[in-house]
Design a protein around this ligand. Structure first.
Ligand code: 13P
Length: 258
């Protein structure tokens, strides 16, 4: 079965709830104008926690086919964990996706592969889809050990998951040196690692799991470069940062086939 591409906008710490409403509305209108087929390319926005309720209200009120989710989640269900948000709170808000292990969380909050794997499991247990991030820093890329490094992240993140859980998950390969730098990986760079990840999933689980799991590329994706990246056989979508903050630009990324 062919994998449905997923274009997800990771807003990071940008846009308050009023700006969020504006962006989601503009995106929905733009995509409607262009006759976008959401069953051919899935679309998701991943706003800050404080915007999710607003996005939910809009999506519900207008029955928008746009999905949404959160940028992180706690491994705890409830209690004395100041500042954390549980999976239960996110399912109540109708979230479909949760990003886990973004390189910015790893860098600024010390998140390890093991913790990211635990978060992915919590997300799956709650009936949502984790977008599990991996990717190497520039020094590792320069040393030429990036494939080995990313596969190490994959092994550790997937260790506690079943084949069925991995099959419905999303993995996002985001080389750190390409995030927010304007330095996009070449389509061949993206394919090299995304292909290696799929092969590894096949080795860790089985061929049908490898065929089913969606693997995104992220890092300076723009309307100008998305088409070549999406042409790679093992790239099933993009996790877009800066370019997802403008409705027109993100809509162009979503409709890359046109
Ligand atoms: P940019 O698209 O801004 O490079 O960010 C990529 C990213 O980190 C998405 O999660």
């Amino acid at each position: 079965m062919a994998r449905t591409p997923l274009m997800a906008g990771n807003w990071k710490m940008n846009l308050d709830h009023l700006e969020a409403a504006h962006l989601v509305q503009s995106l929905a209108w733009t995509l409607k104008d262009q006759g976008h087929d959401y069953s051919a390319v899935e679309v998701a926005v991943i706003p800050p926690f404080t915007d999710i309720r607003t996005v939910q209200s809009l999506v519900d009120a207008d029955s928008l086919p746009i999905k949404y989710g959160a940028q992180d989640v706690s491994i705890h269900d409830e209690g004395a964990y100041t500042g954390e948000i549980s999976t239960g709170m996110l399912t109540k808000l109708g979230c479909t996706f949760v990003i886990v292990g973004h390189s910015e969380r790893r860098q600024y909050h010390g998140e390890t592969n093991e913790l990211v794997g635990q978060k992915a499991k919590k997300v799956l247990d709650a009936g949502m889809t984790p977008i599990m991030c991996c990717g190497e820093a520039l020094e590792i890329r320069k040393a030429g050990t990036h494939v080995q490094f990313v596969l190490g992240q994959i092994d550790a993140m997937l260790a506690g998951l079943s084949a069925a859980e991995v099959a419905k998950s999303v993995i996002a390969y985001e080389p750190i040196w390409a995030i927010g730098t304007g330095e996009v990986a070449t389509p061949q760079d993206a394919q090299e690692v995304c292909g290696a990840i799929r092969k590894r999933v096949g080795e860790l689980f089985d061929a049908s799991t490898a065929q089913a799991v969606r693997i995104q590329y992220g890092g300076s994706v723009k309307s100008k470069n998305v088409r070549e990246i999406m042409a790679q056989p093992d790239v099933d979508g993009a996790l877009v940062g800066g370019a997802s903050l403008k409705a027109d630009e993100f809509a162009k990324i979503v409709t890359y086939q046109k």
